[in-house]
Ligand binder design. Structure first.
Ligand code: SF4
Ligand code: SF4
Length: 498
C-alpha cells in the first residue's frame, strides 16, 4: 500500500493505492532472470520457482514497479503470483476475496464476457509506467496521479509515518539528496513539502539491491579485459613477445582478475550455493548468462596465452593475445547490455554505457600494464643490459601509455556526452543525484582520477617524463573508474519506483 496526502490542514486528502506485480505481457523480469526462476505461464501469470532462484536480484532491477523482494527466510526473490494455487482450482486470489470494499477486481482479460474485460474496454483507467514497454496487465480506476506516478509526489525527510527501516542497509530513503533541486526539471522526491503538494506519507524502505560488490566487479572485469587489450596494442606497436609480461605475467594477472570478478559475482548472490545454475540452467535471453559464457571464453583465452607463453610458442601467444583482446571487448562491454535489461533503472539504459565500459578497460588496462610491466621488465632489463633504455621496454611503455591515454580521453568525452544527453524523467533525477546530489563528490573526484590525472601523466610520459609517473596515474585511473562506476550504480537505484 502506498499512502499519498495532498492539501494543507484542515483541507487535506489521503489516497491509497496497491502497488503489486502487473503480470506484464512483456515482462523484463522474465527476460533478465538467469535461471528462468521467473517465468510466464501460458495463462499469462508471471510465476516464480524459488527452488532455482540464485538470488541475483536482477529481476528487482528489471521490474519498473518494485514488485519483487528478497524473502529473508530463504533468500530468494518473491512477489505476487496471482495466487496461482487458488486460480488453478477455480477460486479467486485471496486479496480479492478478503477485500471488504470489493476494490480489487480480478479475472480473465481474454474473456470478453468477464467483468474485468468490460471495465478495461470501457476505458477511463490508468496504468503505471506504460512508457517502459512492459505491457502491464493491471489497471487503476480513479487513482490519484500522485499515487501512480512516483515523480508526482514528494517524500518527507523522515520517511513518513510508520517507517519500517529495521535492518535495511543502503535504503534509498537514507540517501542524502539535500543537494537536489525540486524547482528544476530534475526534482528530487526527498524533500519536506509544506505547500500542500502531493507527498508520500507511507512507503516501504527498500535496500538498494546492488552495491559495492557490483561496482568492484565492474573494475576487476575492466582490468582483466584491459590487460588483453593493452597487450594487443603492444603487439601492434611491435613489442617483442619474449618479455615476461607479454608471455606469462599478463595472462596470469588477467586470469586472477577474472577469478576475482567471478568471486564478487558469486558473493553478491543471495544464494551463492546455487551459482552454477548460471551455467546448468542458463536462460539464454539473460545477459547475466551470456556474460558468464563470455567470462568463461575469456578465461580459456588467457589459459591458452599463458601456456603458450610458458612454453615459448611465440606464434600461439600472438594468436592468443588477439583472441583475448577481442573477447576482452565483450568482457568489458557486456554489462552494458545487462544493465540495459534493467528496465527499472532508466539511468542504466543509455546508449553510451557500453562505450564507457570499453573506455574504462583501455584506461585501467593500460595503467595496470604500465605498473606491472615496469616492475617485471625493469629488473629483467637491468640484468640483461645494465640500463632501462632498451627498445623493447620503451616500446612497451609507449604502447601501454597510449592505451591508457585513449581510454582516459574517451572517458572524459563520454562524460561530456552524457551531460549533454536528453534523459528520461527517472534518468534525469538519477543523473542529478549522481552529478549534483548525494553521489556528486564520488563522481567528480572519480572523474579527476580516471580522466584528468591519467591524461596529463600519459602526455608527460610520452614527452619524456619517467614512466613511473604514468604508472602512478594508472593506479589513480583504477581508483577513479571504481568511484565513477560506484556513483553510477548507486544513483541508478536512488530513484524510487513506487
Ligand atoms: S516486471 Fe514487475 S510487474 Fe511486470 S511481471 Fe515482472 S515483477 Fe511483475
Ligand atoms: S533473484 Fe535472480 S534468479 Fe532469482 S528470480 Fe530474480 S532474476 Fe531470477
Amino acid at each position: 500500500m502506498k499512502y499519498v496526502e495532498q492539501g494543507t490542514w484542515p483541507d487535506t486528502m489521503r489516497s491509497f493505492s496497491i502497488m503489486r506485480c502487473n503480470h506484464c505481457s512483456d515482462a523484463p523480469c522474465v527476460t533478465i532472470c538467469p535461471t528462468s526462476a521467473l517465468h510466464k505461464r501460458s495463462d499469462g501469470i508471471v510465476d516464480f520457482d524459488t527452488s532455482i532462484c540464485i538470488g541475483c536480484k536482477s529481476c528487482m532491477q528489471a521490474c519498473p514497479y518494485d514488485a519483487l523482494y528478497i524473502d529473508p527466510h530463504d533468500n530468494t526473490a518473491q512477489k505476487c503470483n496471482y495466487c496461482v494455487h487458488r486460480v488453478e482450482i477455480g477460486i479467486e486470489p485471496a486479496c480479492v476475496v478478503v477485500c471488504p470494499e470489493e476494490a480489487i477486481i480480478a479475472g480473465d482479460l481474454d474473456d470478453p464476457g468477464s467483468r474485468i474485460a468490460a471495465m478495461v474496454a470501457a476505458g477511463d483507467l490508468t496504468q503505471r509506467a506504460v512508457e517502459r514497454g512492459t505491457k502491464p496487465n493491471l489497471w487503476y480506476k480513479g487513482a490519484e496521479l500522485a499515487n501512480i506516478e512516483p515523480l508526482a509526489a514528494t517524500r518527507s525527510n523522515d520517511g513518513g509515518i510508520w517507517r519500517d527501516s529495521a535492518g535495511i542497509e543502503n535504503s534509498w530513503l537514507d540517501v542524502d539528496l539535500s543537494g537536489s533541486d525540486t524547482e528544476t526539471t530534475t526534482p528530487s522526491r526527498r524533500v519536506t513539502d509544506d505547500a500542500g503538494h502531493p507527498r508520500v506519507v507511507y512507503a516501504i524502505d527498500f535496500p538498494m539491491p546492488w552495491g559495492w560488490r557490483v561496482s568492484s566487479y565492474f573494475l576487476t572485469k575492466a582490468i582483466s579485459a584491459g590487460i588483453a587489450i593493452a597487450a594487443l596494442v603492444a603487439v601492434l606497436f611491435g613489442v617483442a613477445i619474449e618479455s615476461m609480461w607479454m608471455r606469462v605475467t599478463a595472462p596470469f594477472l588477467g586470469g586472477v582478475l577474472l577469478l576475482l570478478t567471478g568471486v564478487l559475482l558469486v558473493w553478491d548472490l543471495k544464494r551463492p550455493d546455487r551459482f552454477y545454475y548460471l551455467l546448468t540452467r542458463g536462460n539464454p535471453s539473460s545477459w547475466l548468462v551470456r556474460g558468464s559464457w563470455i567470462l568463461t571464453a575469456q578465461a580459456f583465452a588467457f589459459a591458452v596465452w599463458f601456456l603458450a607463453g610458458a612454453f615459448e610458442q611465440e606464434g600461439i601467444v600472438k594468436g592468443a593475445i588477439w583472441l583475448s583482446a577481442i573477447i576482452g571487448l565483450a568482457t568489458a562491454g557486456y554489462t552494458a547490455f545487462l544493465f540495459g535489461q534493467a528496465r527499472g533503472r532508466q539511468l542504466w539504459n543509455g546508449p553510451l554505457l557500453v562505450w564507457h565500459m570499453i573506455a574504462a578497460a583501455f584506461a585501467v588496462g593500460g595503467g595496470i600494464s604500465l605498473i606491472f610491466s615496469l616492475l617485471s621488465e625493469t629488473t629483467a632489463e637491468l640484468e640483461r643490459t645494465g640500463s632501462f633504455s632498451s627498445n623493447n621496454l620503451a616500446l612497451g611503455t609507449a604502447a601501454f601509455t597510449w592505451t591508457m591515454l585513449i581510454g582516459a580521453v574517451a572517458l572524459g568525452v563520454l562524460a561530456l556526452l552524457e551531460a549533454g544527453q536528453k534523459h528520461g524523467p527517472d534518468a534525469a533525477v538519477a543523473y542529478h543525484h549522481m552529478t549534483r546530489g548525494a553521489f556528486a563528490f564520488e563522481y567528480w573526484i572519480g572523474l579527476v582520477f580516471c580522466v584528468i590525472s591519467p591524461t596529463i601523466s600519459a602526455v608527460a610520459v610520452l614527452l619524456g617524463t619517467p614512466p613511473v609517473i604514468g604508472a602512478a596515474a594508472g593506479l589513480a585511473a583504477m581508483i577513479g573508474v571504481w568511484m565513477v562506476d560506484d556513483a553510477f550504480v548507486k544513483a541508478g537505484q536512488s530513484v524510487p519506483l513506487t
